[in-house]
Design a protein around this ligand. Structure first.
Ligand code: FAD
Ligand code: DLZ
Ligand code: SF4
Length: 508
């Protein structure tokens, strides 16, 4: 064998640049389930199972296509336990002198492969619409890197929802139509679920035995694990959920984990689906009159806008990005994030669902668990590790900008023009959580007051120096400053009491 071709667990695409570059007759594909990747954070068991099952099936598909694949299962006695170790082992076995791979989605692994004892060529990952060069050119010379302008360029580039050089419907963004709370009597179809086959069952048994102590439940396991299944899930979403996606995009409802969301991020992020084909399927539904423009535009914006944009930021900002902490928040992540008891109905529901499904939708991540961590002054590094561990779709290129940047403002505003913070009123408007909560969302002070209400002002007060000059936050500070001095004192004291309770490891 002349060369090794490394294919990582989130690179399961036939069109991968390393496979295009390789020669199926002379090169050896190397794939490996390794402890280092499974435990650099303690990933949710469903996430590990998804990756291992999809890897095994992708390896089999490559072999059917005429490739020779050296595949290491986690429990193989010879398994060295790391990606670089596996490359070296295969090089020794075959005499290969070099390797190629597609750029990993994490600086940690890029660094390891760059310094691997076997010369390894890293090729661009072109499964995205914007290359690093294009994003850098877009960012060059701009004062602020706002997603909206990048998104418009991606619309022009792809032609998605374009009528000549104008956006379909005469406007780029229909977000203002997409903020409806969900009525309690809706019955969303939910994502397509797949019965585990023999290969997946074997993986489930392995993951149960080796990672059963990680946070989260493994069964029932229903994710798609092949491209064919992921395509079925795409068709199902376009038919059943896309038409209502826009209207209820920001809504949260007890007992409805998925509402009208796609649950494609795990599939897209490991390579089973490509961003363009997903968007084209949504656009076709609009063109046939099967889904309204606000839904289709909103959906496409998430993918060619947000998803591409956060990736651009991750690689533009460099390896230190995930470690940033400009607000110098240092509190430890409370036990409630690991399923510990909480009186906060919204936090309890979001964490419970996360443990069960390795999934929560955007607003649950941003305005419940993220909002609370930011208001409570939690160390963003710990927050980021939590998100990386618990969600099936979490890979650092997409997780870190969303958590460190968008949700925790720890990058100082590279992504967000102001912090995403809110009092309980927002959660009450967009969900039915507050009805069954031990706290009262309408109460601003006192022991029964919703913690978001007091912590919101505490956050603004303690970060006054940084934010009071922000034109988008002037109203908030105006309201705070107009409040009666005694009331302000009581709010701060109540928030301090909540923080002290958290610090004491007691239940909030
Ligand atoms: P839908 O709501 O149906 O949206 C469709 C698609 O749009 C998604 O599949 C996803 O690919 C894309 N998308 C939407 N918003 C974003 C975004 N902000 N960034 C990137 N892609 C987006 N997404 C991840 O893929 N991995 C993560 O680790 C991740 N961590 C997040 C952490 C926080 C704090 C926040 C606020 C958001 C995070 N997101 C992450 C973005 C978003 O929450 C998920 O992409 C989305 O919930 C996935 O579910 P879905 O497929 O049902 O999405
Ligand atoms: C996330 C993950 C896990 C859990 N396990 C493996 C694995 O055993 N083998 C592998 O090649 N990749 C795995 N991955 C995905 C890598 O961690 C991922 O490629 C990097 O985080 C970069 O995105
Ligand atoms: Fe969450 Fe506050 Fe509502 Fe309780 S009252 S569910 S803590 S927002």
């Amino acid at each position: 064998m002349s060369r090794l071709i490394l294919v990582l667990g989130d690179q399961l695409s036939e069109s991968l640049s390393a496979l295009r570059e390789g020669n199926r007759h002379t090169d050896l594909v190397v794939m490996a389930e390794v402890m280092e990747e499974a435990t650099y954070v303690r990933h949710h068991p469903k996430k590990i199972a998804l990756i291992f099952a999809a890897m095994r099936k992708f390896a089999a598909a490559l072999e059917r296509d005429g490739w020779t694949v050296a595949y290491a299962q986690l429990d193989d006695t010879e398994n060295s336990g790391s990606i670089v170790g596996e490359l070296l082992r295969r090089a020794e076995q075959t005499g290969a002198q070099s390797a190629i791979c597609t750029e990993p989605g994490e600086w940690r692994l890029i660094n390891k492969l760059t310094h691997a004892p076997i010369p390894t060529t890293i090729l661009p990952d072109d499964r995205f619409l914007a290359s690093h060069g294009e994003f850098e050119a877009w960012a060059e010379g701009r004062k602020a890197l706002r997603m909206e302008y990048f998104y418009r360029d991606m619309r022009r580039k792809t032609g998605l929802l374009m009528e000549g050089d104008q956006p379909a419907g005469g406007q780029w963004n229909f977000d203002h139509d997409n903020r409806k709370p969900a009525p309690g009597d809706i019955v969303p179809e939910g994502p397509l679920r797949f019965e585990p086959d023999t290969v997946t069952q074997e993986v489930l048994a392995l993951v149960e035995a080796r990672f059963g102590d990680h946070f989260g439940t493994l069964r029932p396991f229903w994710f798609a694990t092949t491209r064919g299944q992921a395509l079925e899930a795409l068709a199902h979403f376009v038919e059943h959920s896309l038409p209502s996606f826009g209207d209820y995009q920001d809504a949260m409802l007890r007992g409805e984990d998925f509402l009208y969301h796609a649950i494609f991020s795990p599939y897209m992020n490991i390579g089973l689906l490509g961003p363009l084909e997903v968007c084209q399927a949504a656009e076709a539904a609009y063109q046939k009159g099967n889904a309204p423009l606000n839904a289709v535009e909103g959906f496409i914006r998430q993918i060619i806008g947000w998803r591409e944009y956060v990736r651009g930021i991750y690689f533009l900002e460099g390896p230190d990005y995930a470690k940033r902490n400009v607000l110098k928040q240092t509190r430890d992540l409370p036990a409630m994030y690991w399923g510990g008891p909480t009186k906060m109905a919204c936090m309890g529901a979001a964490v419970e669902q996360t443990a069960r499904e390795a999934y929560a939708h955007h607003i649950q991540r941003l305005m419940v668990t993220g909002n609370f961590a930011l208001l409570a002054g939690i160390d963003p590094g710990q927050v980021s590790d939590w998100y990386l561990e618990v969600y099936a779709d979490a890979f650092e290129w997409v997780e870190a900008p969303n958590v460190v940047g968008m949700s925790q403002f720890a990058d100082g505003g590279v992504i967000a023009s102001k912090p995403y913070v809110s009092s309980g009123a927002y959660i009450n408007r967009m969900s039915d959580y507050c009805k069954g909560c031990a706290y009262k969302v309408s109460q601003k002070t006192g022991e029964e007051a919703c913690p978001f209400n007091t912590l919101y002002w505490h956050f603004l007060d303690r970060h006054r120096e940084r934010f009071s000059g922000n034109p988008r936050m002037g109203n908030m500070y105006g309201t705070w400053d107009r409040m009666d001095a005694e009331k302000r004192k009581t709010i701060i004291a109540d928030a301090d009491a909540i923080l002290a309770t958290l610090d004491a490891g007691e239940i909030v």
